[in-house]
Structures are given as C-alpha cells and as structure tokens.
Design a protein around this ligand. Sequence first.
Ligand SMILES: C[S@@+](CC[C@H](N)C(=O)[O-])C[C@H]1O[C@@H](n2cnc3c(N)ncnc32)[C@H](O)[C@@H]1O
Length: 169
Amino acid sequence: MSPLFKAMVPLREWERLMVRRYLALKHKSCRCAEVGVRDGYNADRIIELCLPKRLFLVDIWDEQWRYDLVMQRFSRPDVTVLRGDSVRMAQTIEPHTLDWVYIDGDHSYDGCLRDLLAWSDCVRAGGSIAGDDYAFPAVRAAVREACRVNRGLRPVWRWRQFILKADGR
Ligand SMILES: C[S@@+](CC[C@H](N)C(=O)[O-])C[C@H]1O[C@@H](n2cnc3c(N)ncnc32)[C@H](O)[C@@H]1O
C-alpha cells in the first residue's frame, strides 16, 4: 500500500461514517439495502448506527465460504440476505418501498449504472441512494449518467462517497 493510499484510509472511513450518520438521522426506523456486502464489514456498521427495521443484504457471493460467513453473521429477524445478481435481486423488492440503498457492488461503469437505475426504482420519493468509491472515474460517470437519465435523482454529497436524493419525479 502506498503511503498516500495509507493516509487516505482513515479519511475514507470517516466519510463513510458521516454518510451512515446522514442516513440514520434522515431515515429513522428505515427499510434499506446494501448492494455489495462481501463479508459484511459495512453492514455491521449500518446495523449499529442506523438501527434498520429491515435491512436487505445483496451480493452474488462467488465464494461459498463468504456467503456461509455472512449467513452466520447476519442470521437475525431484521435482516434479509439476497444472493444473486444485484439487478435481478432489485426486481424482487416492491418498487418505492425502501428509504435508502447503499451501492458498493460492481464498480464498472455499466454495472454501477445498472445498479443505480434498478435500485433507485426500489427507493421511495424522499429517499436516498448512497454509495462508495465516487473517486473511481467509472463510478463518477455512472452517477452522472443516472442523474441525467432519472431526473428525480439529485446529488446532495459527492466526494469519495456519494449521496443522491430521490425526489420521485
Ligand atoms: C467492494 S465489495 C463490498 C464491500 C462492502 N460494501 C463493505 O464495505 O464491507 C463489492 C461486492 O460486490 C459484489 N458484486 C459485484 N458485482 C455484483 C453483482 N452484479 N451482483 C451482486 N453482487 C455483486 C461482490 O461479490 C463483492 O462482494
């Protein structure tokens, strides 16, 4: 890890904490989803801070051992684990029923755009779509394109994380 990258790590964690705080304050007792969970590091922190009424954890989990780990870690009544392609999983959620979604799955331009568009349909008017790695050019371009295609999405924060507000237009 380069010294510059190392120095950025605490900054990234601080910003992720701020995003979770924003979501917790804005959406009390929320129904929400994390898209791209891996071993559940961020999911644990979402549960701690946001106290969701229902949290959907969505990932394809290519490695069985990781899926088993997550199933063990999050076997609780307020969490639903959805294994499969994120866009396909979005179609299993009733439209406009989530307060927010945090997107950290496929970081390619096409993958991220597909997630943004599919999951913004799951979020209610007044809800939020947040995500990681806005510093990646592909993610930045996908967020920009999603806001162009879906005129109901409005950026409220963009640095290394992003937050969009869904105004339901
Ligand atoms: C960066 S990791 C997520 C890290 C997690 N959000 C955290 O901070 O603890 C990205 C995850 O997205 C998942 N992923 C990538 N493409 C996906 C897709 N099309 N559908 C579902 N999950 C996908 C990968 O399996 C991987 O676990």
